[in-house]
Design a protein around this ligand. Structure first.
Ligand code: GLY
Length: 352
């Protein structure tokens, strides 16, 4: 088993990565919540059918009374009504502050379950059990919890770190290849941000990469950013590499294009723009674009700069009139470049 220790300012916890963890988690969770009578499992219908029984068996063997709330799969479930319904479910089942909430699933489940745990009774313990590559390497680690509002994604939420993260890599075997690919855009991001070896490995192996090594390296890097800047006011923003343009592409597709593929397009555009604007060499941009290609990810959009600009400028991460763009200087080294609207327009146009 590989373990990454996260020492955030509000909480320290372990991220365990191994095959076959789900069936042996009961004892680990018991150690985290010795006085708990109940465990509330939040999941979606797809994941429920595949993995809930395995986890519940292990929880019951460890003496937990388990209650389960199943959301319909898909981002549409990450809304205010589902959130209130989860809170009511927890209350109706008498969950107390000594009990524990478990988020079993991808990013949607992780975000809404964690936000429920962060706010129910002003906060109860929760554990992330991510079952998608994207959730393992990004959303389950770092304590960002959220639901979507009609006006946009992740507009209501709280920072609240989990008690533990348990990545059972066996769950990736049931992921459709297309969804697995979505997570690849995020792992490549870590390579570009600060790990040349990880980047080389992905560039060479494509989708056939060493999962334990790649997940461990990605989580270790995310840990470093989260520990340096838990509340996302400084260097943690580098994790948004490819996201300024990516979010705009995703939104303008009405979310028919997945997050991972949108981020891949955003990363390619920023890499090409960085080379043309002299931040990095043309070879660096070519390397990034060809690694995305090797992973089977898209690198172009038909959208023009006039369509992209208003959406990029409405990004919730802008500061006043300034958007912080993460720009590669080389593979393994990126910088935050604050840009005003006119600079952003000129820069992104170069990468389209
Ligand atoms: N997903 C980016 C972050 O956790 O900061």
């Amino acid at each position: 088993m590989k373990t990454v220790e996260v020492a955030a300012s509000t909480k320290s916890y372990s991220v365990h990565i191994a095959a076959g963890l789900l069936a042996e988690n009961g004892e680990r969770l018991r150690a985290l919540a010795p006085a708990a009578l109940k465990a509330a499992l939040i999941t979606d219908d797809n994941v429920d059918a595949l993995y809930a029984d395995k986890l519940i068996g292990s929880l019951e063997a460890a003496g937990f009374e388990t209650v389960k709330y199943v959301l319909p799969h898909g981002e549409e479930s990450k809304n205010g009504l589902s959130y209130l319904s989860i809170l009511s479910f927890l209350a109706e089942n008498g969950l107390s502050r000594s009990d524990i909430l478990l988020a079993l699933g991808g990013g949607m489940v992780g975000d809404i379950a964690a936000f429920s745990a962060a706010t129910y009774l002003r906060g109860i313990k929760y554990v992330q059990l991510p079952t998608s590559l994207l959730a393992m390497v990004d959303s389950s680690v770092g304590g960002k919890t959220a639901i979507d509002l009609p006006a946009g994604k992740n507009l209501a939420g709280a920072f609240c770190q989990p008690e533990m993260v348990l990545c059972d890599t066996d769950t990736l075997n049931s992921l459709p290849e297309d969804i697995f690919r979505d997570g690849c855009a995020e792992v490549l991001k870590y390579g570009i941000l600060g790990d040349r070896e990880l980047f080389e490995h992905l560039k060479e192996k494509g989708l056939d990469f060493d999962r334990a090594y790649v997940i461990y390296s990605s989580v270790a890097m995310k840990r470093d950013y989260v520990c340096a800047d838990e509340f996302d006011k400084g260097v943690r923003r580098k994790l948004n590499l490819g996201h300024t343009v990516g979010h705009a592409v995703e939104k303008l597709s009405n979310f028919s294009l997945s997050h991972g593929k949108s981020v891949a397009i955003g990363t390619a555009i920023i890499a090409r723009a960085a080379a043309k604007a002299g931040y990095c060499s043309p070879e660096c941009a070519e390397e990034i674009v060809s690694a995305l290609e090797k992973l089977g990810l898209p690198r172009e959009t038909e959208l023009d700069i006039e369509a992209l600009m208003p959406v990029m400028l409405s990004d919730k991460k802008r500061e006043g009139s300034v958007v912080n763009v993460i720009v590669p200087l080389s593979v393994g080294h990126c910088e935050i470049v604050p840009m005003k609207a006119a600079e952003l327009k000129e820069f992104v146009s170069k990468g389209l």
